[in-house]
Design a protein around this ligand. Structure first.
Ligand SMILES: NC(=O)c1ccc[n+]([C@@H]2O[C@H](COP(=O)([O-])OP(=O)(O)OC[C@H]3O[C@@H](n4cnc5c(N)ncnc54)[C@H](O)[C@@H]3O)[C@@H](O)[C@H]2O)c1
Length: 232
């Protein structure tokens, strides 16, 4: 029987692709999502009790991927406090609750493990209209760094993945034609990424044989965006 992996946001986009790729690599995968989906547990990651019950039912957990997240693009001056709080609640508090419950389960099992948080290039650089989303993803990156320190004595690694735009339902909803052409002019690869490309990075960070000395790292999966100058 394969090792057990828990994935939030597993009903769609990046989380779904990671769950499928992990199963193909021999992981046993439990998914959860706020949106009901076949095979996934219905879960709101901001509900501490529900998170504890979900993770508590997963014996011998060795990996967790926190992909549940929401986004919005609103000018700084027009961002309402309610929207700011909601984005931080799901992306930061939700990630914290799931990662902490998973880490506690891994410590109890005593076999170490790997925690992968899905952050964003928005957490590494300022991006127009992303005051709440960017703040939330910067917090997620820092959380991975802190967990890397606090959990190292337990043999648990923690890393963040920072994708540039990836073709998913979230991006289809958020990016109009003008936004797309602005991004494409700044990404050397001259295209959006695929969910499969993020999934391969997650599998690498989950796999103790391949990434045993990598922890507290923020890994861009961005077609070269982070390294490019003004002209891509
Ligand atoms: N798509 C991109 O371009 C991109 C880029 C960088 C980072 N990300 C991040 O990747 C992650 C996945 O995004 P995606 O593009 O696959 O989006 P998506 O909308 O396809 O999937 C996100 C999933 O999270 C779930 N979710 C939202 N709020 C939840 C909650 N409170 N509790 C449980 N589940 C919840 C949704 O139901 C959805 O199924 C997010 O954290 C997002 O911020 C995406």
């Amino acid at each position: 029987m394969g090792k057990l992996l828990a994935v939030t946001g597993g009903a769609s986009g990046i989380g779904l692709a990671i769950a499928e790729a992990a199963r193909a690599e021999g992981w046993q995968v439990a998914t959860a999502d706020r949106t009901p989906a076949e095979g996934a547990t219905e879960l709101d990651v901001t509900d501490a009790g529900a998170v504890a019950r979900w993770i508590g039912g997963l014996a011998e957990l060795r990996g967790v991927v926190c992909s549940a997240g929401i986004s919005a693009a609103t000018p700084f001056l027009e961002t309402e406090p309610e929207l700011f709080r909601r984005i931080l609640d799901v992306n930061v508090t939700g990630t914290f609750l799931v990662a902490q419950a998973a880490a506690r389960a891994m410590v109890a099992a005593g076999k170490g493990g790997s925690i992968v948080l899905i952050a964003s290039v928005s957490g590494l650089r300022g991006i127009q209209g992303r005051v709440a989303y960017g703040a939330s993803k910067a917090a997620v990156i820092n959380m991975a760094q802190v967990m890397a320190i606090d959990l190292a004595p337990h043999g648990i690694r923690a890393n963040a993945i920072c994708p540039a735009p990836i073709e998913t339902p979230l991006v289809t909803k958020l990016h109009d034609a003008e936004t797309r052409s602005q991004w494409l002019s700044r990404i050397p690869a001259a295209r959006y990424g695929t969910v499969g490309e993020v999934a391969q990075a997650a599998l690498f960070l989950l796999d103790e044989r391949r990434s045993s000395y990598i922890t507290g790292h923020a890994l861009p999966v961005d077609g070269g965006y982070g390294g490019a100058g003004v002209m891509a």
